[in-house]
Design a protein around this ligand. Sequence first.
Ligand code: ADP
Ligand code: MG
Length: 342
Amino acid sequence: MVEVKNLVKVYGRKKAVDGLTFNVEENQVYGFLGPNGAGKSTTMNIITGCLSATEGTVCINGHDIFEEPYEAKRQIGYLPEQPPLYMDMTPKEYLTFVAQAKKIKKASIPSAIEGIMRKTSILNVKDRLIKNLSKGYKQRVGIAGALVGNPPVIILDEPTVGLDPKQIIEIRSLIKELGKNHTVILSSHILSEVNSICDKILIISRGKLIADDTPENLTKHFREGSMLNVLVRCGMETAIEVMDKLMAGLPASEKNIWSSENAKTDTHLGEVTRFKVPLYNENNTIEGKDIRDSIFKAFGERNITVLEMSPEKASLEQVFLELTASSTEEEYHEDEAEEEEM
Ligand code: ADP
Ligand code: MG
């Protein structure tokens, strides 16, 4: 449905989008996940034909956005980060205006926008001025605008930002509903949000795609990759002996938990051994008992000091935390950025 190949956008010396390649399939909800400054809006502005690309191609339903912009844009409904609403219009007037701009046949406009207003639950406010509507309703009007012309692809840039919890739930369920017969791409900097509404998650960091998978696979990855780092004061052979004995006493299903393959002896610090134990749940427990208690006791019985035990976050979660940490710095640079628009 949407094919993005090797997309690059350079602003001065800064690469806002750095070689993005991905495909979006029909009737699914895709989430662009990344902190502020990751390049989500820039990518969406390019996909929707609002911004030029430095390099790369974008194809929407078989139409190249740069070669056939008119045809390609007809496939897309876009809600930008700042919805382009006219505050002195009513939702009905605004949607009529959008329909005219999208060159919808005059006769079919009233029934088309009536249907869209029903779908987005704004019929009850259709004759009030947009400026007097709540943020949640304004957002619905923006989404309604994107739906005019019934485009197969709907792109929503941070659709829940600034809404209260109730409005967030309502907008999320509206998006899920839209996903049944549209291809939806939305952006968010909230992991739990894309997790709850998207079929596929694309994690973007500093303009690069760092993950492209289902929420289930990503969650599994978080959990399975999680490790407990252990450092003990003894040689490798002793550490392996103690751990093998400890693991042999555990329930059968958990026996594969320990692998001596990654045990390492560090001679700088004298006879100490570092090894990792995979954690299969957040509480570090096996049958309700904290694995750290068992390790501590097992080495204690042999008079061996446990120097360190620290849970190491899964690689993806770690990556995501790093992303979030870097966002403050990115936001700072955003203030200095020069404006450039097509
Ligand atoms: P996101 O939507 O993920 O928060 P953006 O796509 O808005 O990220 O921005 C990506 C990077 O590009 C940021 O570092 C931002 O400062 C920079 N940037 C965005 N727009 C411009 C612009 N018009 N001129 C210069 N730099 C820009
Ligand atoms: Mg943005």
